[in-house]
Design a protein around this ligand. Structure first.
Ligand code: SER
Length: 317
């Protein structure tokens, strides 16, 4: 068997940075690509190339040159930014995915793809605890693209033999990279501000509950799902996974218990309606059964870790 070459598209983003660090720690061969250079100091030693995933020819050349066997497509326009530029968001999210799936279908070298879906595939009619199977009626550009992407992945799996694996991520919270353009970003911003100024102005309302996941658990879910025997995977689309759920008010309370004098004010903007359209939590029994999904970090532990991580990147991406 040839040695795996992990190729990350969108490696300079919030999740890409963390996945790259994790693969690097594991001693894996990894190649990074993005439309901007990675910021994290530890990633400067890894091979990197500028790549716009919408450019099919450039993508083919890059993946072939690298000898990529496992491709992680993490470049995407998220929910809040997508609403401001629907055509750009649809084009990036869909063209990028189709390019990668087409490449994989034709390639004898690429053997696996990872592509993240999202809680955004659900809509206002979804029950508070989103079931694995059931109707999905997303109301954001991002959610529409993820929903269509899930079906494209299922199609390429069924008709072109592409081994593409996927989970529906909730909001991801970590301290080695910053998010950009999402609705769940408040749950990272709040820690940066708690550490820097002791005060935060929240763009969601106090009681807006959302599902969330600590970054290390998110990265582990990728490794675990990619390592699972294909025969064990029974979900045709993307797996629901759940870590924890809380409201901005509950998170602020937990921070205030550790940061003396911490204050929060609520100034909900257009992102409130996006958050309101998403479920509170995800039913993840299938992921637990099929590939052993079991998150390790709950809310108390998360708050502790995030407040201790003083070196959190402060730049907006
Ligand atoms: N974190 C994403 C967003 O807020 C949801 O998948 O857009």
């Amino acid at each position: 068997m040839t040695e795996a070459v992990h190729y990350i598209i969108g490696a300079s983003g919030q999740l890409g940075t963390e996945l790259a660090l994790s693969l690097q720690m594991r001693g894996e061969r990894v190649v990074l690509s993005d439309v901007r250079r990675p910021e994290h100091a530890d990633l400067q030693v890894l091979p990197f190339e500028m790549l716009d995933v919408r450019d099919r020819q450039a993508l083919d050349v890059a993946l072939e040159k690298a000898g990529a066997t496992k491709v992680y497509l993490l470049a995407a326009a998220l929910s809040a930014r997508g609403e401001g530029d629907p055509e750009w968001a649809w084009d990036l999210n869909m063209r990028g995915l189709l390019n990668v799936l087409e490449h994989a279908a034709a390639s004898e070298v690429v053997d696996q793809i990872f592509w993240p879906s999202s809680i955004a595939v659900f809509g206002p009619e979804t029950p508070a605890v989103a079931p694995q199977k059931g109707e999905r009626k997303p109301t954001t550009v991002y959610g529409i693209s993820k929903n269509a992407g899930e079906q494209w992945c299922a199609w390429y799996r069924a008709h072109r033999g592409v081994d593409v694996r996927s989970v529906r991520f909730p909001g991801l919270i970590g301290h080695r990279s910053v998010p950009g353009g999402g609705t769940t970003d408040y749950a990272v911003d709040i820690f940066i501000e708690a550490n820097a100024t002791g005060a935060y102005t929240c763009f969601l309302s106090e009681h807006q509950r959302l599902p969330m996941l600590y970054m290390d658990d998110a990265v582990d879910s990728i490794h675990e799902l990619m390592a699972a025997p294909a025969a064990d995977l029974t979900v045709e689309t993307s797996y629901n996974i759940h870590g924890m759920d809380f409201t901005p008010g509950e998170l602020a309370q937990a921070i205030a218990e550790r940061v003396e004098g911490f204050t929060i004010v609520y100034k909900p903007d257009f992102r409130e309606a996006i958050a309101a359209s998403w479920p509170d939590a995800l039913a993840d029994a299938d992921a637990r059964k099929d590939w052993g999904w079991a998150p390790k970090v709950g809310m108390d532990e998360l708050v502790k870790i995030m407040l201790e991580a003083k070196k959190m990147a402060l730049s907006e991406t």
